[in-house]
Design a protein around this ligand. Structure first.
Ligand SMILES: Nc1ncnc2c1ncn2[C@@H]1O[C@H](COP(=O)(O)OP(=O)(O)OP(=O)(O)O)[C@@H](O)[C@H]1O
Ligand code: SF4
Length: 303
C-alpha cells in the first residue's frame, strides 16, 4: 500500500495510490457536505466550534449530521458532546458511531480508550491508519453534513485527511483564529496549507473576540487585536470572515459539562453568532450554485 501523503510528501515518493482512497470515496458518496475545521494554534476553540456547528446543524431534525474527531493525541470531542465513557460497537456494516441525538452521530478515538486520561503516543503512520479506519470503516450511513475536527497546525493528520478525501467532494475548511497576532501568524500558515493542497476555504471565525459582560452587556477587548485581527487578515486575503464569537465563560462551562451552549443560553451574543455562521454556510452553498463552472475567487471553490 502506498503512503497516503505521497503527493504532498517532500521525499517525492511515487508509490501506487492507496486503494483505501477509492474505498473512502465510495463510502462517503452518501455524505452530501464535508467540512473540515482547522486552526493554526491549539486551544483557540476549534473543538468547541466544531461541536457547536454540529449542534446548530442538527437543530434541523430533518438533517443527518456527524462529527468526526481526528485529533488522535488530544481528543476533546467526547467530553464536549457529553459522551465520555461511551464505547463504539462493531456491527456487520462497520463501527457504529455514538449518537448524541437521533440525527447527530459522533466518532472519536476517545471512544476506543479505556480511560480519558490514557495517552495516545503514536507516530504518523499509525495515526494515518486510524484516520483511514474512521473514514472507511465507520457506518456513517446517509449524511447531510460530516464535520471533521482536526488537531492544531498542519501535521500528519491534516495531510492524511486531505489525501484520504481526495476522491470525494469536500466543501472546504473553516479556520478558527483568535485576535492576537501570534495566533493569526499561524492562521496564515494554515491558509497557505489549504491553498497548497487545494482545499477550499469556506471562511474564518474569530473566536474569543471580545468579552460581552453578562451583567452590563459592555464589550471589553481581552485580547486587543494589535494588527487588525481576523477582520483585516480576511480583507487582505479576500477570505470571508464568518463571524466573531465573543468570550463567554458559560461556553467553557457548558463544554466541560458536555452540554450544548446553544440550547443552554440561546439568546446570548455568542449563540447568536454561531447561528449566523451556520446560516452563512448556507449562503456559501448558494454562491456555488450560481457559478459552478468557474473558480470562485472568494471561497476558492474550483470545479
Ligand atoms: N468563545 C469562548 N468563550 C469562552 N471559552 C471558550 C470559548 N471558545 C473556547 N473556549 C474554551 O477554551 C478552551 C479551549 O477550547 P477548545 O478545546 O475548543 O480548543 P481547541 O482549539 O480545539 O484546542 P486543541 O485543538 O488544542 O485541543 C475550552 O475550555 C473551551 O471551553
Ligand atoms: S463589564 Fe466589568 S465592570 Fe462592568 S459589570 Fe461587567 S464585570 Fe462588572
Amino acid at each position: 500500500q502506498g503512503c497516503p501523503n505521497q503527493k504532498l510528501c517532500a521525499s517525492g515518493a511515487t508509490k501506487a495510490p492507496d486503494p483505501a482512497i477509492a474505498e473512502i470515496g465510495e463510502k462517503l458518496s452518501t455524505v452530501k457536505h464535508k467540512i473540515l475545521v482547522l486552526s493554526g494554534k491549539g486551544g483557540v476553540g476549534k473543538s468547541t466550534f466544531s461541536a457547536h456547528l454540529a449542534h446548530a446543524l442538527a437543530s434541523d431534525t430533518t438533517k443527518e449530521i456527524a462529527l468526526l474527531d481526528v485529533d488522535i493525541c488530544g481528543p476533546s470531542i467526547p467530553r464536549i458532546m457529553g459522551l465520555e465513557g461511551e464505547q463504539v460497537h462493531q456491527s456487520g456494516s462497520g463501527w457504529s458511531p455514538v449518537y448524541v441525538d437521533d440525527n447527530l452521530a459522533v466518532m472519536s478515538i476517545g471512544f476506543l480508550l479505556s480511560s480519558p486520561d490514557d495517552a495516545v503516543i503514536w507516530r504518523g503512520p499509525k495515526k494515518n491508519g486510524m484516520i483511514k479506519q474512521f473514514l472507511r470503516d465507520v457506518d456513517w450511513g446517509e449524511l447531510d453534513y460530516l464535520i471533521v475536527d482536526t488537531p492544531p497546525g498542519t501535521s500528519d493528520e491534516h495531510l492524511s485527511i486531505v489525501q484520504y478525501l481526495s476522491s470525494t467532494h469536500v466543501d472546504g475548511a473553516i479556520i478558527i483564529a483568535t485576535p492576537q497576532e501570534v495566533s493569526l501568524q499561524d492562521v496564515r500558515k494554515e491558509i497557505r496549507f489549504c491553498q497548497k493542497v487545494k482545499l477550499p476555504i469556506i471562511g474564518v471565525v474569530e473566536n474569543m473576540s471580545g468579552f460581552v459582560c453578562p451583567k452590563c452587556k459592555n464589550t471589553s477587548q481581552i485580547f486587543p487585536p494589535t494588527t487588525g485581527g481576523a477582520e483585516k487578515m480576511c480583507a487582505d486575503l479576500k477570505l470571508p470572515l464568518l463571524g466573531k464569537v465573543p468570550l463567554d465563560p458559560r461556553i467553557a462551562r457548558s463544554c466541560d459539562e458536555g452540554r450544548s451552549f446553544l440550547s443552554e443560553v440561546p439568546d446570548s451574543p455568542a449563540a447568536e453568532v454561531y447561528q449566523k455562521i451556520v446560516q452563512s454556510e448556507f449562503v456559501f452553498r448558494k454562491t456555488h450554485k450560481t457559478h459552478p463552472d468557474k473558480h470562485c475567487t472568494v471561497c476558492m471553490y474550483k470545479k
